[in-house]
Structures are given as structure tokens and as C-alpha cells.
Design a protein around this ligand. Structure first.
Ligand code: HDD
Length: 738
């Protein structure tokens, strides 16, 4: 019997031509390997041969067998049925069928980045954690997220944002699993399934996606006075950040630190963004949800790629570890309370710099597994009942999500400290453990491994090394086993009032609009009324304004009014000036724009560490050959922090505009202006962005922009650029809001 080889003369199935010439196999690039590490058996787990990256010239099966065709299945004749024998078809399709893993039950939508944490050493007096000692650099991976939406949902929805950082310290992994809001909805973790079920889409129709503006969410929070504090933060501008780079982060709970003398202190963790805390407007957030659902993900990746590495200072609020764990009447174990920074300043202890994008979203951002119980010597938990439940939940959910108990062996999760555990077997076991005695004590493996100890520990016994994790011994006295909260958890309104009254008038208006919008999306009148009652207990003005918007009567407060609230200016985002790194400025051009001027604008913006994007009628390069990044069709105002209209007197030529009806008359009598430009200008003006208009441009009038308004600069774009930069340091031209 003879056979023909496909692709050879006489073959029935010619091979598909390769678009590029085959090349010599490449070794795996260093960044395609996992972190350098040694397994329990001493075998380097990051070895190049362990890499599955696309690193060779020849396509292979999963077993490393080279393939000559992956485009045609094996058939009984070119028009015949496919053969079960086709091992490559089966392997390829089977693997594809299992590509998806369950998304996170909360925080499903996220974006991550690698970076480094440089410690100042200022915390060395209160913690023995070596990554907080002076001048220690620790590799990190940070993942930001929304909470409610599915993995493919929009970035800019009104929601809390996750801010989780994995520190690969020399003493093991420390995870700081925080949010951009310093308080939480509930005081006891046993209620977590309830609050999440209420916030997620309705179970019958699975709507609405990724938002709180619906009945079940407001049903839950209106039935929980303790949820009011977190909720008002969500309704404020904090719920719609401009960028992950401009968010604060909070550890929320109070943690305990232990120093070299075994003295303990209570601390709260804060991340302070170097670029300041900035938000979108609600209209921008909604528009971006449709125009660019990946807005925050893109912004983070673009900034890092451009070298505008985002930075946050890690800071600590430090409290004495008193037996009652209270500070000036605030229960430090209550996760619905903050301690105002004016009372206890945030002391910087180190700098986080995110400087590298993940190479593979799934391998890193999707598979990273955080856990508030990943602690290192010198940092311990407290009895905050929300934190206590979290200590159970994270590993538990990851066993399902990552398919078994060995997810710590996934490269992004591997500690950079040596691992010498006695955990064995299980799904996806990557290590080849040697030895016969994975138990302790043993006499067969020479007793190894031994316990570690801390220096001076009288119970050290046969311990070999120091830097062991110590559970701080705690006196519990005589306690009763109960299902209840302490009485000190009962004040649910005073800090909500504090938050509202600490905001500037424009921020207060945003809060009022957000409540009015969200409650306006609830169908049940009883829910609206119940929530209004809470607002009346928080602040009379807030309640009156929201009630007016809803067309409902204002309820009388049911708690005594909080008269003696001292505002905390640190809670407001307005009134400060910030660096502009990575901000995006659109340069609008038309056929009459001077290419040299445009070039100069780009250079000046670039020199400030910002991103200039040239917007032109079409994608054709400018007359000097320089590229165009956006066209009138692809540009929308919400993408830009500021705009420079370097357009001349060009108007739409009657008869050439594709949509005659879309043309708007220029009130200045100069003819008609492309409606996409007037829309661009009108939106940016409405969103209080700084803008420059070239003298001759008719866009300004067409868009109804007041040339005398703050943050509007008319004249030669090159000379007005500095004014634009100055106006941008406050993020928006706040005076322009009504
Ligand atoms: Fe949580 C994920 C933050 C309360 C249970 N949480 C998760 C993530 C962040 C937070 C940032 C995403 C991590 C990532 O990017 O992979 N969670 C918080 C904060 C809380 C909080 C700041 C309150 C202060 N969480 C909380 C409670 C429970 C959980 C009370 C359960 C009792 N959280 C989980 C979880 C998740 C999670 C179900 C889902 C995916 C995962 O853990 O790995 O275990």
C-alpha cells in the first residue's frame, strides 16, 4: 500500500503558507519565566524548560511533537467526515473548551501591574517586618478592580474599587487587600453574602450589570444603618475614579504590628497617590462606559508603557494597642469607622511604583490570588469581625476558582522566599517533592525541616532560624460565647455626617445628584422612603435636596442632629494642586492648522510628562508627516483631560459634509462648523476641563463656550499652553460647575 504526504507533489491538502519566514528557535525570555524560586526539592521552578511561552520556531503539540498542519482536521477524504483518530484536533479543541475558569465572585473585573515597593524605614520602630526596614526594595504585583461587575463589565461604573498588593518579601508573601474606600458596608463578615447578593444583578433577569442603581442594593442598605457610611462614599466622586492611578487605597481594618522588642501597635494602612485623588463626572463615567469600557485598564497600561509609572506612598495611622482598642471614642475594630487624618496623621513608610505591565493577562492578573491572611512576621490581624471572616473566605474561594489547593505554585503567586512546607499532592501539583517524611516531628528526614524562632524566644527549643511568624498572645479575660456586636459599633450616622460636611459644595452637589439618580432607578417607593429617612438622619440639606429631586416629602430625623461634627478637610478632593504626569491633552487640528504649531504643542506637552494626542479630520498624517492619533470620528471629549483647539477658521464646506442635517450654524456668522468639533468642545466645557482656543476658530462660538469663563484661554495656542497646564493642576476648573 502507498500513501501521499500532504504538501508534497500529489498531495490532496496543501499546507497553509506562513506569513513570515520560519526562524531559529528562541530561548524563553527571562520575563516569560516565573519568579526565580526553588521548589521544596531544591529544583529551580523558573527554569527555561518550564516555560510554555511561544519561544520556538516550530509549532508543537502539548507533548512537544512538531506539527506540519494545524489548519485542517484529518478527514476521510477532503469532503468526508472527520476522524476520531485526529489526536491534534482533539487536543486542540479539548484545551480550548477548558480555557475559562470561574470569574471571581466579587472583584471579577480588574487590571494589574508589577512594580517595586521601596521602604523608607520609618516604620522600623514599630514592626519587625524586614520589607519595612530602611532601604529595602520588594517586588510587588498590584491588582485594581471593581466589585460588582462581571469580568467583561465596564470600568467606569459607580462602585467601590479594589486595591490589592502582593509584596514578595524575603520573609514570605504579604498581601494588603484593600479598597479605595476606607470603610465597609457591614460590620460582620457573616453578612458578606447578603450584601453581595443585594448588589449583584437581580437573580431573575440578571440585570442591571455592574451597578448599584437598583432595588435590591438600596433595599439592603436602607435596611442596614451600618451601610450608610460606605454608601455615601460610593455616592461621592470616590465611586467614579478618573484613573486607578488617582485613587487612594485603604487597608480598612485595623492591623497589629510587632517590633523587635515584641511591643505591639495598632495601625491602619493608607495608599496616597502621588498624582492626587481625582474623579470623573457622572456624565463622563456613563459615556465612557459605552465609548471605552476598558478606560481604566487602558489608562494604567498606557501610562506604564509610556514610562509615566504611577506611584503611591504607603502610610500608617498609628494607635496605641490599648486593651479596649478604642481611639478618642472610635472603636478601632469597627470597619465602618475612619479615624480622621487631622486627629492621627498618616505617616509615610514607603513608596510603591508600578513599572511593568503583565505579559499575559490570564497567567498573572486573572490567576493572582490575594488573601488578607498572607501575613509576615511583624504584622498581625485584629479581632475586627469583618476581617476574621475574610481570613476564611479568600483561600476557600481560590480553591474553586484556581482548581485546587496548589495555586500558590502558579508563577504570579509564588513567594520569592524559599518554601519548605509539608503540603503534598492535590490537583495541579507542580513540585516533585523528595524525601519520605512530610510530617513533623520526624526522625527519617533528619528531622527536617525545623521550626523557626524569634531571637530571645525562651520557647525556641530546637528552633534553628529567626524571623518566625508570631501570633501575638492576647488576654481575652472572661468572655461569653455570643452572636452579637459590641455596643460601641452602634453609632451609624455621625461619621456619615462628618463625610458629607467635609466635602466642598460642588462635591456635595455630586453626592446629592448621585443619590437622586440611584434612588430614581428604584421602583419600590418604600425603599426610596426608607433611604430618605437615613439621609434625614445624616444631614438635613442632603435629605431635602434628594427628596426634592424624587418628589417626596422630607422626613424628620429620628436621631439627634449631629451639631458638633468637626469637618475633616482630608476627605475632600478639591482645593489642592497636583502633578500632571500621564494626563492626556487632545490637540484638535483641521486643514488650516499650522503643522509647525502643532509640532511645538506636542513637544511642550510631552516635555511635561503628559500625553499629546493629535485629532484631525481623517487619519492621514499632518502636512509635515507627523502622525495623527485620533480622527473627528474616533475622538470623544471624555478621553481627554484638556483640549487645545489649534484649528483655524475652517468650516464644513457646504455639500461635502456627509450629514447635512448635522451641521450647526455658527452663531458668529462664520458659516458652519463640524458638529463633532462643537460636541467635543461643549462636552469638555460642561465637564469643567481646561481648554485653549486659537483666536480664529469658530468652534468656541459654535459650542456655546463663554470665552471669559475660568479655564478657557483664547489666543495663540503656544503661548496659552502654560495657562492650560496651571489650570490642570487642580484636575478640573471647579469654578465652572454651576
Ligand atoms: Fe474581599 C476579593 C477587598 C471584604 C471575600 N476582596 C477581594 C478583592 C479585594 C477585596 C480588593 C480582589 C482581590 C483580587 O484582585 O484578586 N474585601 C475587600 C475589602 C474588604 C472585603 C477591602 C473589607 C474591608 N471580602 C470581604 C469579606 C469577604 C470577602 C467580608 C467574605 C467574608 N473578597 C472575598 C472573596 C474574594 C474577594 C470572595 C473574591 C475573589 C477572591 O477573594 O479571591 O474571597
Amino acid at each position: 500500500m502507498t500513501s501521499t504526504i500532504p504538501g508534497k507533489p500529489g498531495s490532496a491538502t496543501p499546507s497553509v503558507e506562513e506569513p513570515t519566514a520560519p526562524r531559529e528557535p528562541l530561548p524563553a525570555a527571562p520575563d516569560q519565566r516565573g519568579p526565580e524560586n526553588v521548589s521544596a526539592t531544591g529544583v529551580p521552578t523558573g527554569a527555561p524548560e518550564a516555560s510554555r511561552a511561544q519561544s520556538g520556531a516550530a509549532l508543537t503539540t502539548a507533548q512537544g511533537v512538531r506539527l506540519r498542519d494545524t489548519d485542517h482536521s484529518l478527514k476521510a477524504g477532503s469532503r468526508g467526515p472527520t476522524l476520531l483518530q485526529d489526536h491534534h484536533l482533539r487536543e486542540k479543541i479539548t484545551h480550548f473548551d477548558h480555557e475559562r475558569i470561574p470569574e471571581r465572585v466579587v472583584h471579577a473585573r480588574g487590571a494589574g501591574a508589577h512594580g517595586v515597593f521601596d521602604s523608607y524605614g520609618t516604620a522600623a520602630g514599630i514592626t519587625r517586618a524586614t520589607f519595612l526596614a530602611e532601604k529595602v526594595s520588594t517586588p510587588v504585583f498590584t491588582r485594581f478592580s471593581t466589585v460588582l461587575g462581571s469580568r467583561g463589565s465596564a470600568d467606569t461604573v459607580r462602585d467601590t474599587r479594589g486595591f490589592a498588593t502582593k509584596f514578595y518579601t524575603s520573609e514570605g508573601v504579604f498581601d494588603l487587600v484593600g479598597n479605595n474606600i476606607p470603610v465597609f458596608f457591614i460590620q460582620d463578615g457573616i453578612k458578606f453574602p447578603d450584601v453581595i447578593h443585594a448588589g449583584k444583578p437581580h437573580p431573575d433577569r440578571e440585570i442591571p450589570q455592574a451597578q448599584s442603581a437598583h432595588d435590591t442594593f438600596w433595599d439592603f442598605v436602607s435596611l442596614h444603618p451600618e451601610a450608610q457610611h460606605h454608601t455615601i462614599w460610593n455616592m461621592s466622586d470616590r465611586g467614579i475614579p478618573r484613573s486607578y492611578r488617582t485613587m487612594e487605597g485603604f487597608g480598612v481594618h485595623t492591623f497589629r504590628m510587632i517590633n523587635a522588642q515584641n511591643e505591639t501597635t495598632l495601625v491602619k494602612f493608607h495608599w496616597k497617590p502621588k498624582l492626587g485623588v481625582h474623579s470623573l463626572t457622572w456624565e463622563e463615567a456613563q459615556m465612557i462606559g459605552g465609548l471605552d469600557p476598558d478606560f481604566h485598564r487602558r489608562d494604567l497600561a498606557d501610562a506604564i508603557e509610556a514610562g509615566a509609572f504611577p506611584q503611591w506612598e504607603l502610610g500608617l495611622q498609628v494607635f496605641p494597642d490599648t486593651p479596649d482598642q478604642m481611639f478618642e471614642g472610635i472603636d478601632l475594630l469597627d470597619p465602618t469607622k475612619i479615624v480622621p487624618e487631622e486627629l492621627v496623621p498618616v505617616q509615610p513608610v514607603g513608596l510603591l511604583t508600578l513599572n511593568a505591565n503583565p505579559k499575559n493577562f490570564f497567567a498573572e492578573t486573572e490567576q493572582v490570588a490575594f488573601h488578607p491572611g498572607h501575613l509576615v512576621p511583624g504584622i498581625d490581624v485584629t479581632n475586627d469581625p469583618l476581617l476574621q471572616a475574610r481570613l476564611f473566605s479568600y483561600i476557600d474561594t481560590q480553591i474553586t476558582r484556581l482548581g485546587g489547593p496548589n495555586f500558590a505554585q502558579i508563577p504570579v503567586n509564588r513567594p520569592h522566599a524559599p518554601v519548605n512546607d509539608m503540603f503534598r499532592d492535590g490537583f495541579h501539583q507542580d513540585a516533585v517533592h523528595e524525601g519520605v517524611a512530610p510530617y513533623k516531628p520526624n526522625s527519617l528526614d533528619g528531622g527536617c525541616p525545623f521550626h523557626a524562632a524569634i531571637a530571645g524566644d525562651p520557647n525556641a527549643g530546637d528552633a534553628l532560624v529567626d524571623a518566625a511568624f508570631i501570633d501575638v498572645p492576647e488576654e481575652l479575660g472572661t468572655v461569653r460565647k455570643v452572636r452579637e456586636n459590641p455596643q460601641s459599633f452602634e453609632d451609624h450616622y455621625s461619621q456619615v455626617t462628618l463625610f458629607f460636611r467635609s466635602l466642598s459644595p460642588v462635591e456635595q452637589q455630586h453626592v446629592i445628584q448621585a443619590y437622586t439618580f440611584e434612588l430614581g432607578k428604584c421602583y419600590e417607593q418604600a425603599i426610596r422612603e426608607r433611604q430618605l429617612q437615613h439621609l434625614a438622619n445624616i444631614d438635613g440639606y442632603l435629605a431635602a435636596e434628594v427628596a426634592r429631586g424624587l418628589g417626596l416629602p422630607v422626613p424628620e430625623p429620628t436621631v439627634p442632629p449631629a451639631e458638633d461634627v468637626v469637618p475633616s478637610p482630608a476627605l475632600s478632593q478639591v482645593g489642592k494642586e497636583w502633578p500632571l504626569d500621564g494626563r492626556i491633552i487632545g490637540i484638535v487640528t483641521d486643514d488650516t492648522s499650522d503643522a509647525e504649531v502643532v509640532h511645538g504643542l506636542r513637544e511642550a506637552i510631552d516635555a511635561k510628562g503628559m500625553v499629546p494626542l493629535v485629532i484631525a479630520p481623517t487619519g492621514a498624517p499632518l502636512p509635515d508627516g507627523s502622525p495623527v492619533q485620533r480622527t473627528y470620528l474616533t475622538a470623544r471629549s471624555v478621553e481627554f483631560d484638556a483640549l487645545v483647539f489649534a484649528t483655524g477658521s475652517a468650516q464644513v464646506d457646504a455639500g461635502t459634509h456627509p450629514n447635512e442635517d448635522a451641521k450647526i450654524a455658527d452663531p458668529a456668522g462664520a458659516g458652519t462648523v463640524d458638529p463633532r468639533l462643537t460636541l467635543l468642545a461643549a462636552e469638555a466645557y460642561r465637564h469643567a476641563k481646561a481648554m485653549v482656543f486659537a483666536d480664529l476658530t469658530p468652534v468656541l462660538e459654535g459650542a456655546g463656550v463663554d470665552r471669559e469663563a475660568p479655564g478657557v484661554f483664547v489666543g495663540d495656542p503656544a503661548t496659552k499652553l502654560q495657562d492650560l497646564f496651571t489650570a490642570m493642576t487642580t484636575h478640573r476648573v471647579w469654578q465652572r460647575f454651576p
